[in-house]
Ligand binder design. Structure first.
Ligand code: BMA
Length: 314
């Protein structure tokens, strides 16, 4: 029988909490993830006591037990070209390794005087961080870069705010230089149900034989507040604007106490996933905007859910 609930929670969740941060802060959540040399890296969103976020690195040999660096890595920029757009924090990072360039790109939500915008930077060594640009108009979040260029272009999925009252959806964009982007169209938009209010990408697209596997969040507004849950979709490898299928139901949602209770209850919010050689996805997610947890699933089980249901958009 098809498993509609492919993820298993790590039994020692949460894996990182406020007390693991070696300096004062409010919370730690929504971390990007990658492998770098012989280590697992998590790029943590740490919210300070003012309510502004910055990024701090945590390192691990096994992907379960992490040690957090003594000080923040990326804080809001003092550079006048970036400062107004980051002054209230840097949030929800995602890491994409582009092998041809031996470069780790980091997309993030820059929070500034005009609201949220998409920032892009890069590193090769997790020591130097170089900002590239703040892209596109305000009211945009959840940007993820594909781990490969197609026809010489970088590809980015993002989530601009609702246009003329529409619910915010996932869009696709193309660029030759990471600075100027052509916004091509909507990939997936909210429908009534678990993701009725807005959709946004979670972790960068994962290449599989069947297509680009995308893990995204959907938000439902209820009388008791918002619920953030996770769905999956599959995009065509050559033409990623083409949706091959997606899950009509959520495949992961808040259940455990640390996901149900916290600064923002009923939130699971992955920003990073690592695929192991045996095909297991380790998904790192913020829980209730308060801590970081881990859940694992077979990539093939998630792909199967996208294909079996095969909800084509047109
Ligand atoms: C989203 C983002 C996330 C956060 C989530 C739930 O809009 O701001 O960083 O985890 O809301 O509060």
């Amino acid at each position: 029988m098809i498993n509609l609930n492919p993820f298993n929670r790590y039994n020692e969740n949460p894996i990182i909490q406020r007390n693991d941060i070696p300096y004062p802060c409010n919370t730690v959540f929504n971390a990007a993830a990658c492998k770098f040399r012989d280590e697992y890296i998590l790029l943590l969103r740490v919210e300070d006591l003012r309510g502004y976020s910055h990024l701090t690195i945590a390192r691990s040999k096994d992907g379960y037990r992490f040690k957090v660096d003594e000080s923040p890595w990326v804080c809001p920029s003092e550079d006048p070209a970036f400062h107004p757009f980051e002054v209230y924090g840097i949030e929800d990072p995602r890491i994409t390794f582009i092998d041809q360039e031996r470069t780790y790109y980091i997309t993030y939500t820059a929070f500034g005087i005009y609201g949220p915008r998409v920032g892009i930077g890069k590193t090769k060594d997790f020591k130097e961080f170089e900002r590239i640009a703040i892209i596109g108009p305000p009211d945009n979040k959840d940007a993820v870069l594909f781990p490969a260029k197609i026809n010489g272009q970088y590809i980015l999925l993002d989530r601009p705010g609702g246009v003329v009252g529409a619910h915010p959806a996932i869009w696709i964009n193309y660029s030759y230089d990471l600075i100027y982007w052509k916004k091509s169209g909507v990939i997936l938009a909210p429908e009534p149900g678990w993701g009725q209010s807005k959709l946004g990408m979670c972790v960068p697209p994962i290449k599989t034989d069947e297509g680009w596997l995308c893990i995204y969040h959907g938000v439902k507004i209820t009388p008791a507040g918002r619920i953030y849950r996770i769905g999956a979709m599959l995009l065509d490898l050559e033409h990623p604007e083409k949706v091959l299928g997606y899950t009509s139901h959520f495949i992961f949602g808040p259940e455990a106490e640390y996901e149900r209770m916290g600064d923002v209850p009923n939130v699971v919010f992955p920003c990073g996933a690592i695929i192991e050689e045996d095909g297991i996805m380790r998904m790192y997610y913020g829980a209730a905007d308060t801590c970081i947890a881990l859940a694992e699933a077979h990539v093939k089980d998630i792909v199967e859910l996208c294909i079996k249901e095969n909800h084509k958009l047109c």
